[in-house]
Design a protein around this ligand. Sequence first.
Ligand SMILES: [Zn+2]
Ligand SMILES: [Zn+2]
Length: 123
Amino acid sequence: MEIFNACTYCGSDQLVRGPRGGACANVFCIRCGAKFNVVLQPGMSVVLVDTLTGPNTVLAKLFRMAENRTQEFDCIECGRHIVMVCGPPTSRCAACQAMPGWFRDPELARIIDPDRARESRDG
Ligand SMILES: [Zn+2]
Ligand SMILES: [Zn+2]
């Protein structure tokens, strides 16, 4: 039994799980597009059953496109560093879109950004 925690082709641990059928699932490597069949043992590791396809540049490209939808930016309103996994392109964080100026309100700031509220109090 082979524990499967990284792509056997490129060594990447960036793996995504496809549709699952019973204990079996397909797993794709984001970096090279290889496809594997694995068994998910309850409470245990993922075990490699079979390599379905080797590196696949088309698949890998699709995964990278999906990955590129991730947005990382500093909110132009509150300046917080934001990582968004999906959603329309934006330069404001969700908090600023829903409650513009929340960071000027000490009560809201403590709830939404407790780390910074603590920092500014200590410093
Ligand atoms: Zn790979
Ligand atoms: Zn913001």
